[in-house]
Design a binder for this molecule. Sequence first.
Ligand code: SAM
Length: 428
Amino acid sequence: TATKSIKEGKAEICLTTEKVFYNPVQEFNRDLSIAVLTIFTNEYKAEQLAKAEKRGKTQNTTEGIEETQTNNEVDISILEALSATGLRSIRYAKEVPNVTKIVANDLSKQAVETIQANIVHNQVENLIETSHDDACMVMYKHKHPMKRFAAIDLDPYGCPSVFLDSAVQSVQDGGLLLITATDMAVLAGNAPETCYSKYGAISLKTKCCHEVALRIMLQCIESHANRYSRYIVPLLSISADFYIRVFVKVYTGAIHCKKTTSKLSMAYHCTGCDNITLQPLGGFKPNPTEKNPTQTKAYLPAAPPVGEFCTNCNQRHHLGGPLWSAPIHDEAFVTRVLNHVENNPELFGTAKRIAGVLAMVREELLDIPLYHSMDRLCGRVHLETMPMLVMRSALLNAGYKVSYSHASRMSIKTRAPAHVVWDIIRTW
Ligand code: SAM
């Protein structure tokens, strides 16, 4: 068979069979992951060294030794659980700093043979080891705290949910999960029942379905993590092309898991005007019985504030969710990734696109989940689509913050109540 050679980043892979999966369109996904991992591994290393130094100091104090000795080596291992050609792992080995080991796993024998050959071709035998196993099995074998990975990349065909139980257990405290989902029809509202069975949430057929998809994915990871007294902190959540990709840190802490209900909401979706009203599953208030006044207490809301009918157009609501309704990005982290890409554009084939997407992500109003869509709003009242600039200025003039979402060109994120948005359209 003819060998196909593919160059991407610092890697060159050879494919001798069509049976091993390679998708050139995913270069953006791989570039973005390398940019995120670069910043993550730098920070993870610094955190681990600081922890080690603290431990060392305590030990030395108890032993009465003045000098603190820290070993500058931090174990940073990455698992690519569904590796196909090995391209991603090879790029991680050559392009991400601080990495001490990568495991490239695939269930397909042909894929593992291809990975092996590509490791040799790229001379990264010192960093990557192959594994021929079911992804879940590899992760379960690494769930002991001493064996966990600093980062786990899940890039399956379709839905990643079957891998989540093992993934949330086998990543280090403060470690990173990088997860792709490509079953957008399910997540974006074409099969809400299937979405419930796979992700534990009902998807909605709405104009902001891509952000709904991200929020369903995040609540799904959180719910798996909570089972093991762990919780997630999203760093970056992206909708692109035909897939979504989320980057979340995982931490351990049973107390924090009590806060999960306050990060989730049910979504009431109006079948008439497409407006969505969120109803939080829980909340937080100061706990007067706590000695520390900053401590808060979780509570469950007393009564559902959202009714059967929409207050704007009197049509029925569909119920969706639960959705993750806390921030989906960490703005400071996104800024650090963006700066890295802007300062080193030669490192990424898709640098321009990454910079464009991250610049939009950074502008997103983090405390406002979901968005209106200009074309849908105007379409509902049979009007020509109003220019975005007009709507944005009107909202700003009325005293409301407004932003785009990276997920749609027509998006309007605002805290303005729906009736204010409708008033602006009516008076246009
Ligand atoms: N991450 C790759 C990249 O960036 O090029 C692409 C991965 S491809 C979409 C999915 C891979 O998962 C296929 O090679 C398939 O053989 C493998 N796979 C499917 N089910 C698996 C399982 N349960 N465990 C491990 N690998 C699996």
